[in-house]
Design a protein around this ligand. Structure first.
Ligand code: SF4
Length: 358
């Protein structure tokens, strides 16, 4: 087992667009008990002495006192008395809300072996942040990123959301300029999705907010791609950009079809044929397993190599002629290049391509 994801479902407030498994209003006691359970589950895991990536996501993990988990990881992964994640051979990411980037918290994360921070910024426009219900200003988000750097994190990035109602291309450019001025190692740019039953959904249904057209949202993604490229961050997955060597190894492992253990209420996991989703286990067939693991690499810059698929998952051999035919068709449409990587236009419709292949 090489990759571990732990989910923390607690937030200060529910953001207007968010349909993730998370909730506001938890008590300190609830969070303490949850972390105790997560630490116990880490202690009970088989074979974790060799972790290559750990990812604490949420939610806002740092709302919790994470020390029981750090202790458990230290106990379970110690090799010759040295936690491997302290010698940086293990990528250890924590998602951080800007309001959590306090010196005491950052110091605790560093001491716990965390070596990568993903800061949930979403926008650097105060009006947008307010409408999103983010509880922090653009300046506070910038200060938070600088605090992360000052605490010694040399691998740090932010998340942004494109396509918020009313965002002009000028205000989006300003967000991107302020973001790149921070000296990011990594940036995720997600397109806003109107998730049912969120406050955003309600506001759109009532006519209070109007979503941008697909073309306008795609123009923002393209503007982001260009601005980030200029700042030295190349696109390595549909929504992810990094300086060379700063690609998120945890997410790459997932897209490349590796196993990962998921702990916590909203976590997903994949170990052998077993899938975990929010604590519920299901078993897939060997062929379903291979299809899932093989296809997700299409999302990445490396692309989907049918030669690699043939070598790694011989069970898929009967499907390959049909896949090749479909992929060649998409290539003729300008959605793919080489054998086979998404073009910028293909990145916009990747889900449809994957659905066709499945
Ligand atoms: S977007 Fe993040 S901080 Fe906001 S409610 Fe969802 S999980 Fe919590």
């Amino acid at each position: 087992m090489n990759n571990l994801y732990v989910h923390f479902p607690f937030c200060r407030a529910k953001c207007a667009y968010c349909a993730l498994h998370s909730r506001a209003g938890s008590t300190a006691e609830t969070r303490r008990a949850y972390c105790g359970r997560m630490a116990e589950q880490i202690m009970a895991l088989d074979a974790i002495s060799n972790l290559s990536t750990i990812y604490f996501g949420g939610g806002s993990p740092a709302l919790c006192d994470l020390s029981p988990l750090f202790d458990a990881l230290r106990t379970r992964t110690a090799v010759a008395g040295l936690p491997p994640f302290l010698d940086s051979s293990c990528e250890f990411t924590v998602e951080l809300h800007p309001l959590d980037a306090q010196p005491r918290v950052l110091e605790q994360l560093k001491d716990g072996g965390v070596n990568r921070i993903s800061l949930g910024v979403q926008s650097l426009d105060d009006d947008v942040l307010k409408a999103m219900g983010r509880l922090h200003t653009a300046a506070e988000a910038e200060t938070a990123f600088r605090a992360v750097r000052a605490a010694g994190f040399t691998n740090a990035g932010i998340d942004l959301i494109a396509g918020w109602p009313g965002t002009t291309i000028e205000s989006w450019r300003t967000t991107l300029a302020r973001a790149t001025a921070l000296g990011l190692d990594h940036c995720s740019v997600y397109t806003l999705i109107r998730e049912p039953k969120t406050r955003l959904d309600l506001a759109v249904r009532r006519g209070i907010l109007a979503l941008p057209s697909d073309d306008a949202a795609l123009a923002q993604i393209d503007t982001a791609r260009a601005a980030l490229a200029e700042a030295g961050l190349a696109r390595y997955e549909i929504s992810n950009y990094a300086r060379p060597g700063f690609e998120c190894r945890h997410n790459l492992a997932v897209w490349r079809g590796e196993d990962y253990v998921g702990l916590g209420e909203g976590a997903h996991g994949r170990v052998g044929l077993v899938r975990t989703a929010s604590g519920v286990e299901t078993t897939v067939t060997p062929e379903e397993d291979a299809v899932e693991r093989a296809l997700f690499s299409l999302r990445t810059r490396e692309g989907l190599s049918l030669e690699r698929v043939a070598r790694r998952w011989p069970i898929l051999a009967p499907r390959l002629p049909a896949w090749r035919e479909a992929l060649e068709f998409f290539k003729r449409q300008g959605l793919l290049q080489d054998v086979y990587r998404l073009t910028p236009r293909g990145a916009e419709v990747c889900d449809s391509i994957l659905a066709e292949l499945v």
